[in-house]
Design a protein around this ligand. Structure first.
Ligand code: ARG
Ligand code: ZN
Length: 496
């Protein structure tokens, strides 16, 4: 085929014709994905399949610059769309053509492509940007944490705005290439597999790849002086861990815990099925925040988690999330019980394995230690509200609900559910309602009343309901299981 020259007028006319007659139906994508807890989080009108982030970070000045390339597909006839982002943008291109852009709302980058985009169009969005993340805040907070030798991006439910533009909601999962150049002698840690490193003119570039669908909040970046260790679990899972070189007194306990990642991944596989990702591990930066976070394949641990000695319980919690939260992600933030209830329950199973209290003993203890008028029971783990999303009740009452389910359906069905769920919803999203349906299907029992009692009532389940969890010692003040304080500390430190 040869090219034909056409008059500019004819070109304009043919372009006009290329736009369907229903051009009036082209409209802006919504500024939020539709999560009632966080109406402005995520966006409408497109679906991202891959993020390619090519960054350069200077720890001394906290200057971050980069180019983000997003591969996406439009899900409506689109005249304009948003990304969630806070840094300063210098250029945006959509399918190669310069697009105009503006900021709006608290964290929206509003992009208007040169031509409207019909539904189902594959698009490549290139965003060039720079900025000092620690100077940016939205809603009065920042989740970009500077350290003496670098910085860390790891938080929930929001962390991405400070370092890359995204459709910031777990409903839109994508694969990632994260490439970061840092001054020689400094390391950059992210998710997945370290594909390569290269050195040039005083800068070292780290190229990380995460090749399974990953939620935006589970995508992490840490820059600092790290010691990186590698290995393979007995079950064959490659493990990469990283420790800040400045952990001081916490260094030994951090390594004695996180170096057991391979063993604990294999142990959890016995309950949850094959490990869903190509790599596992964690990193312990020199931060002052207290929580840990289940960042996909590479868990974030605060050094505070190891301030009282080794802590395999928190490692079990965050690794359990790799199945419950990361592989199967929530549909909306109200579904947080599927993440935290099961990650906490995994800690109970580990306690049982270690001979430090059975899951039933921990359930009995939780039930008995909160009297009926305790505010603990006003939090509904199945729909806690954005302010209580990480309340202790979501974890402890949440795990109690899991034990109630176990006692209702029996061990055979329960452990079949535990293992079948990640397989049934692999790399996808699911709600509490979906989980109830799945548990009913596997157990053959109607479970609406049980779920309502344990997850959706703002009251302490009364004796008859409590008996369904076999709380024999409910009123007899059961002894505190040995593992209790360690497990509770996983949360006490969250706020820090
Ligand atoms: N999913 C995390 C965990 O349970 C909780 C993170 C809480 N976030 C926070 N900023 N405190 O391990
Ligand atoms: Zn958790």
């Amino acid at each position: 085929m040869h090219r034909r020259l056409i008059a500019p007028g004819a070109l304009a006319a043919s372009l006009l014709l290329a736009i369907p007659a229903s051009a009036a139906s082209y409209s802006p994508g919504a500024p939020g994905i539709g999560d009632p807890y966080y109406p402005a989080y995520g966006n409408g009108g497109y679906d991202v399949s891959h993020y390619d982030l090519r960054l350069k970070y200077q720890p001394q000045t906290d200057e971050l610059e980069g180019t983000a390339t997003l591969l996406a597909t439009t899900t409506q006839d689109l005249s304009r769309f948003d990304l969630d982002f806070l840094l300063d943008v210098s250029e945006v291109r959509v399918n190669g053509a310069k697009a105009s852009f503006a900021t709006s709302g608290r964290h929206e980058l509003e992009i208007t492509p040169a031509k409207p985009l019909p539904k189902g169009t594959p698009i490549t969005v290139v965003v060039r940007y720079s900025g000092v993340p620690s100077t940016k805040s939205a809603y009065g907070f920042s989740t970009w944490h500077r350290t003496p030798d670098g910085a860390v991006a790891a938080d929930e439910p929001e962390a991405a705005w400070w370092w890359y533009p995204s459709n910031d909601h777990p409903l839109d999962k994508a694969t990632y290439d994260v490439s970061v150049a840092v001054p020689d002698g400094t390391q950059a840690i992210s998710n997945g597999t370290l594909q390569s490193t290269s050195s040039r003119l005083g800068w070292t570039r780290y190229n990380w790849r995460s090749n399974k669908p990953q939620a935006t909040y589970l995508t992490t970046l840490a820059v600092g002086r790290f010691d990186i260790t590698t290995g393979t679990s007995e079950g064959g899972v490659p493990v990469v861990n990283a420790y800040s070189k400045d952990l001081g007194d916490n260094d030994g306990a951090a390594r004695a815990s996180v170096e057991r990642t391979g063993e604990l991944v294999d142990w959890l596989s016995g309950y949850f099925g094959p490990y869903p990702f190509s790599s596992a591990g964690g990193y312990v930066p020199n931060t002052t925040t207290g929580y840990a976070l289940e960042t996909q394949t590479r868990v974030y641990y605060s050094p505070k988690q190891f301030a009282n000695g080794s802590n395999t319980s928190v490692v079990v919690h965050e690794l359990a999330h790799q199945w419950y939260g990361d592989d199967v992600s929530l549909k909306g933030w109200k579904d947080i019980w599927i993440n935290e209830g099961f990650a906490r329950y995994a800690q109970w199973l580990w306690s049982e394995h270690e001979g430090e209290g059975t899951a039933q003993e921990l359930a009995d203890y939780v039930y008995a230690s909160h009297p009926a008028d305790d505010a603990f029971w006003t939090v509904k783990p199945g729909d806690p509200g954005p302010d209580n999303q990480f309340d202790i009740a979501v974890y402890d009452r949440g795990a109690l609900a899991v034990q109630a389910l176990r006692n209702e359906v029996g061990d055979d069905a329960f452990f079949a559910i535990l293992k079948g769920w990640p397989k049934d919803h692999a790399y996808g999203n699911a709600s509490v309602g979906d989980f109830q349906k799945y548990a009913e299907q596997v157990s053959g029992k109607p479970l609406a009343a049980l779920f309502d009692t344990w997850l959706f009532q703002p009251t302490k389940p009364a004796a008859p309901a409590a008996r369904t969890v076999s709380i024999a010692k409910a009123s007899a003040a059961p002894a505190q299981p040995k593992s209790w304080k360690r497990i509770a500390a996983t949360n006490d430190l969250h706020a820090g």
